[in-house]
Design a protein around this ligand. Sequence first.
Ligand SMILES: CC(C)(COP(=O)(O)OP(=O)(O)OC[C@H]1O[C@@H](n2cnc3c(N)ncnc32)[C@H](O)[C@@H]1OP(=O)(O)O)[C@@H](O)C(=O)NCCC(=O)NCCS
Length: 163
Amino acid sequence: MPGLPIRPAVRSDGAFLADMTVEAATWRPGASRPRYEVVSSPEYRRYIAGWMRPGDAGFVAESPEGEAVGAAWYRMLPRDEPGFGWVGTGVPELIIGVRPLWRAHGIGRALLRRLLDHARLQGFVRISLSVERDNYAVSLYRTEGFAVVRRGMGRDVMVKRLG
Ligand SMILES: CC(C)(COP(=O)(O)OP(=O)(O)OC[C@H]1O[C@@H](n2cnc3c(N)ncnc32)[C@H](O)[C@@H]1OP(=O)(O)O)[C@@H](O)C(=O)NCCC(=O)NCCS
């Protein structure tokens, strides 16, 4: 689906970003977890709570009908409340999700590239993420220049240098 419009995320996208956080938390085929449970859990709530705070940035892909179908965003989490992919102060962590029906059409890669360009323009030197090792998203990240910097229990932290 090349050419879907991508626009900067705004404050009112918070509920959609929560939906995409649920997609990221339940990516595994057959996995299901109630939305309220994911968005209220301490480990996922931190990626969306209070969207959008100063320093938050993201992009949303829209269908031809203007419906949000995917998003990529980053935020800076503090050392005392880190995300899965926290690597250091001043390094934003990204999250990405595309609605299931819209996947595998290049939307995720386009969103990721837009977000990486934005992070670079904002002066960030690195950006991080966390991904379960068997998620096919790993190959998206690798081909966009991310490398594993920390291996965990089934989950890796990856970083891309933006300089
Ligand atoms: C990961 C995700 C954001 C990618 O978005 P997408 O629009 O489906 O991805 P794209 O179509 O741009 O594909 C990018 C790459 O992902 C990989 N990929 C995408 N769909 C795939 C599939 N069904 N099987 C294997 N690899 C796949 C490929 O490497 C692909 O690159 P290629 O097209 O050059 O082969 C999306 O699939 C998603 O929302 N997944 C569930 C949530 C999630 O896992 N988020 C990440 C948490 S870390």
